[in-house]
Design a protein around this ligand. Sequence first.
Ligand SMILES: Nc1ncnc2c1ncn2[C@@H]1O[C@H](COP(=O)(O)OP(=O)(O)OP(=O)(O)O)[C@@H](O)[C@H]1O
Length: 315
Amino acid sequence: MIHVEGLTRKYGSFTAVDDISFECRQGTVTGFLGPNGAGKTTTMRVMVGLTPATHGQVTIGGHHYREIPNPGRHVGVLLDASAQHAGRTGREVLLLSSRTMGLPDSRVEEMLERVSLEPAEAKRTVRNYSLGMRQRLGIANALLGDPQVLILDEPANGLDPAGIRWMRDLLKGYAAQGGTVLLSSHLLHEVEQVADEMVVIGRGRIVARGTRAQLLRSASGGLATTLVTAVDNEQLHRALTVKGIEATAAGASLRVSAEPIDVGRVAAEGSIVLTDLRAGNEDGLEELFLQLTADSQREGAPQQPAQPMPEGVNP
Ligand SMILES: Nc1ncnc2c1ncn2[C@@H]1O[C@H](COP(=O)(O)OP(=O)(O)OP(=O)(O)O)[C@@H](O)[C@H]1O
């Protein structure tokens, strides 16, 4: 639904986005993940025609954004929640957009309710909004025209934990109904729980791409790992060894060089009761993200270069 093809954006001699290609499929949430300055906003600005591409192109449903008539009815965009007109009330902001798109005024009330902005809050001018309220207003604006595609730049910024959960559910529901969502963030944990696929960008280049499971697999050097806890870990360890599957103690659990389904089967065959079974090295994804984007992290990043990734990863 969104196709990014060989996109490059240069500012003078500086390359902000360097020959990137990816697509966002209908019915999915794609997380666009990268540290500060990686090129996420630039890419999204090119998507919606605010910044011209130096090379390459982006199409949405086969069209360039600028060619789409009444684009708000097709593509909902939130690029900078702080960029709303500070002197207008929340309701006025939505009313203006709604009338521009040719929608009935009743749509504004629906959207205010959808993003949980109270009537008293909708009457306040935007200059008196918290960042979280501005994000909610921005999301309401993006959803107004009931578009099939949503492009959201760091929409979770400023939201409290309940707000983040609310947004996650909203985006999942939107994708489940056939929508296409592209969501950027510099925080892995904001994206990994909602995104069906992740595109990781560092210094303008795509450094990894895939589902959470594929990236987790990459984080384990291409090998499947499972963390499992049984009522009797020793019994499970023996049963795994008999099947030729390696396992080592990891705190109160075992780390096993196999897929969770295989570990579960061995446990079931031996009537071994499990209390926990999960894929991969959960911390590994964060490590992987830091490593892949190490060049462009400003601080606290490991110094070693990113490793070549076997699966789901685009070096
Ligand atoms: N108009 C511009 N002129 C010159 N350089 C620019 C311009 N816009 C962006 N850049 C540079 O391009 C790079 C990518 O910026 P961009 O805003 O796309 O990053 P980002 O991934 O969205 O970062 P953040 O998470 O901090 O918002 C940065 O080094 C930025 O300074």
